[in-house]
Design a protein. Structure first.
Length: 663
């Protein structure tokens, strides 16, 4: 059963082109060229060294054709075909290299076996074995061959060059690697490593304004004052007012925090510096603090400006929560940020905007007045906001006449801006796959099904599995249809989607910000409805209810231990984990209650779940004919929507029964 939207991702923003240097207000090509020259000198030096080495060291083995020593002896002793020789004393081999010149160029003996072997040259070289030294000289003197001795040993300067070549290559490699891992916007060979990697966007390059931000009216009102201050600081300073130095944007992933910060800079028409919190941390101690200093110095020089730090929780976590050099480096970077924000003068028009979805882990010193003293919560949009977001993301998408964005927004409760953007994109992809010229409502429905229930899987179930899955989903659907206070049934399918063999899709009818005890007990019964239907029809349980049991157990634990909905436990919260405020995840912490209390909590949870299962079984027994009808239709068509459920069961408003409170 599926009733929640998937994890969201950050929304797509309008493309912007960063300037190559954060300090460069205008693109100066001459300065840019000057910064690139220092990185070329190692290559020039290496090329010069290679040229000198080649000029000073001419290896005898590269002169003429290389021949076997036996062939040389044959030409010398039997054919007297050697005109002159040069004896070389080489340090590169234990044997001497002999070079010489033929009287008449002989035929290459390798041509007998290899027709493609090259012809011999007028000059030749060969290696003389050590044992042949004295005998060879006698034979050369006997045949009156002109002999010359050559010293090819390497002198002190050449040896130094040979030894420096590997070291120079290693240094060149290290320089290239350090330049790749450091900031490309800095100058010099090593100085750029400690420069801020913040990307700078000029006002003329930003295309985002508040018109591009829909569904965040409260956040835009909070930031409108920042825009006015950047445009006209004297208006506030006239009465001694000081604008907040820092604005912290908090909210779930995908709600548009980065887009909102960029739109603020676009409205104010000021330079915008953007950096991620993780970019401060490097493997070298002190680099993060140096980058912070350089980043704030650059922003002050470009004032009025906006400095945006995304995912600030990567560097702004609470201090003293770990031991080690990496932790110390992060804390040094955080201390530098705190110091720089305190160093702002009241006349400096630099606003620091940060974004995070982990405000609970930030250091209190960051949140105090004088630093990030204005906190703006960016929530998921309401219906009107979702309509605006859909209009923004569908500007370039051709929509059919039957598309009603109001209706689409009504069926996407709980979607973030990123989810809505993904919805429009999936609808466009679906229309493209089917060869349509415009995106219609069917494409939006298919896109929503894909997002909420997952993509279809090409799996074939046997008859028994198919029937059991049909009754399992029919149990969920029937209970959700009959019980009050739960979300409405939108669609039921036994087509394998995602990781499930079947899905019952529930969509809320209205925005809910609070939930009551009666609704929660009904949700427990709906979650256990599939399992109850299997037991009622087949007299056995299957493994299909694993996720249902997990979700029902988690909900029952919250009702008993978190929300005080048990008369036995009373109005006490016994939390065993700390929940993240935006991500909805729990982090384990030490229990602060006794084992006896834990036993009572477990008993109450079991009591809630057993009563919910019994209630689900009772309702299904009373409406067994409707359960069979839904399961039969699912086996025939594999998918049943809301209109077909009305045809099978009747209008929901007439068929709903009262919901008794679980005791």
């Amino acid at each position: 059963m599926s009733s929640e939207s998937p994890d969201s991702s950050s929304p797509e923003e309008s493309p912007t082109r960063p300037v190559s240097d954060p300090k460069q207000v205008e693109g100066d090509k001459a300065q840019s060229t000057g910064r690139e020259l220092p990185g070329l000198w190692p290559i020039v030096v290496i090329l010069i060294l290679f040229a000198l080495a080649y000029q000073w060291i001419k290896l005898p083995g590269s002169i003429g054709s290389r021949i076997d020593y036996s062939f040389f002896r044959e030409q010398l002793t039997e054919k007297d075909n050697v005109a002159s020789v040069t004896l070389n004393d080489s340090i590169l081999s234990a044997n001497s290299v002999l070079t010489g010149k033929w009287k008449k160029i002989p035929e290459n003996p390798e041509l007998v076996d290899d027709k493609d072997a090259p012809q011999l040259e007028e000059k030749f070289n060969t290696v003389v074995p050590l044992v042949e030294g004295r005998t060879l000289l006698d034979d050369l003197e006997a045949r009156d061959v002109k002999m010359e001795a050559r010293d090819v040993s390497v002198g002190p300067i050449q040896q130094l060059i040979l030894y420096l070549l590997p070291f120079s290559l290693l240094m060149l490699f290290l320089i290239i690697m350090m330049r790749r891992t450091s900031d490309p916007f800095g100058s010099g060979m090593f100085g750029s490593f400690t420069r801020s990697p913040a990307k700078r966007f000029k006002p003329s390059e930003k295309h985002n304004t508040f018109d591009d931000v829909a569904g965040m009216e409260h956040a835009k009102r909070e930031l409108q004052e920042v825009v006015e201050f950047l445009k006209n600081p004297a208006k506030f300073q006239r009465l001694g007012a000081q604008i907040p130095k820092g604005v912290l944007l908090m909210g779930p992933p995908g709600t548009g925090k980065t887009l909102l910060a960029r739109a603020t800079a676009g409205e104010a028409e000021v330079p915008f510096f953007s950096i991620n919190g993780s970019e401060f941390i490097q493997m070298f101690v002190g680099v993060g603090a140096s980058r912070v200093r350089d980043m704030f110095r650059t922003a002050k020089e470009s004032a009025p400006a906006i400095l945006f730090i995304d995912e600030i929780d990567a560097v702004g976590r609470m201090r003293g929560a770990g031991v080690g050099s990496g932790q110390d480096e992060r804390e040094q970077t955080l201390n530098q940020i705190l110091s720089e924000m305190d160093g702002f003068e009241s006349t400096e028009a630099v606003i620091v905007i940060a974004a995070t979805n982990r405000p609970d882990v930030l250091d209190p010193a960051l949140l105090r007045p004088g630093r990030f003293d204005r906190h703006v919560t960016v929530e998921k949009p309401a219906k009107e906001g979702r309509v605006g977001v859909l209009k923004v993301h569908s500007r370039k998408v051709p929509l059919a006449e039957d598309v009603d964005l109001e209706k689409v927004a009504g069926g996407t409760i709980g979607f973030s801006g990123a989810d809505l953007r993904n919805l429009v994109n999936e609808a466009a992809l679906n229309a493209t796959r089917e060869g349509k010229d415009a995106v219609d409502m069917e494409d939006f429905d298919a896109a929503r099904d894909r997002i909420l229930m997952g993509a279809k899987r090409e799996e074939l179930l046997n008859e028994h599995e198919r029937e059991m899955t049909a009754y399992h989903e029919a149990g969920h659907a029937l209970l959700a249809w009959l019980l009050p206070d739960v979300d409405s049934v939108h669609k039921v399918t036994i087509i394998p989607r995602g990781r499930a063999l079947g899905v019952t899709q529930l969509l809320p009818d209205e925005e809910r910000h609070s939930v009551g005890e009666t609704r929660l007990h009904s949700e427990l019964a709906v979650l256990l409805g599939g399992r109850a239907a299997e037991k009622l029809v087949f007299d056995e349980y299957s493994a299909n209810a694993e996720d249902d049991l997990k979700r029902a157990t988690s909900l029952a634990r919250r009702m008993v231990g978190y929300w005080g909905m048990s008369d036995v436990i009373g109005p006490v919260a016994f939390r065993h984990a700390e929940e993240h405020p935006f991500l909805g995840k729990e982090m384990h912490e030490q229990k602060q209650y006794s084992e006896e209390t834990a036993h009572v909590i477990d008993q109450e949870m079991q009591h809630f779940l057993v009563d919910a299962s019994g209630r689900a079984t009772q309702i299904l027994q009373e409406h067994r004919d409707k359960l069979d009808a839904i399961a039969q239709r699912l086996q025939e068509k594999e998918m049943v929507d809301r209109d077909e459920l009305v045809e099978i069961i009747g209008p929901a408003v007439d068929r709903r029964i009262g919901a008794a409170k679980v005791e």
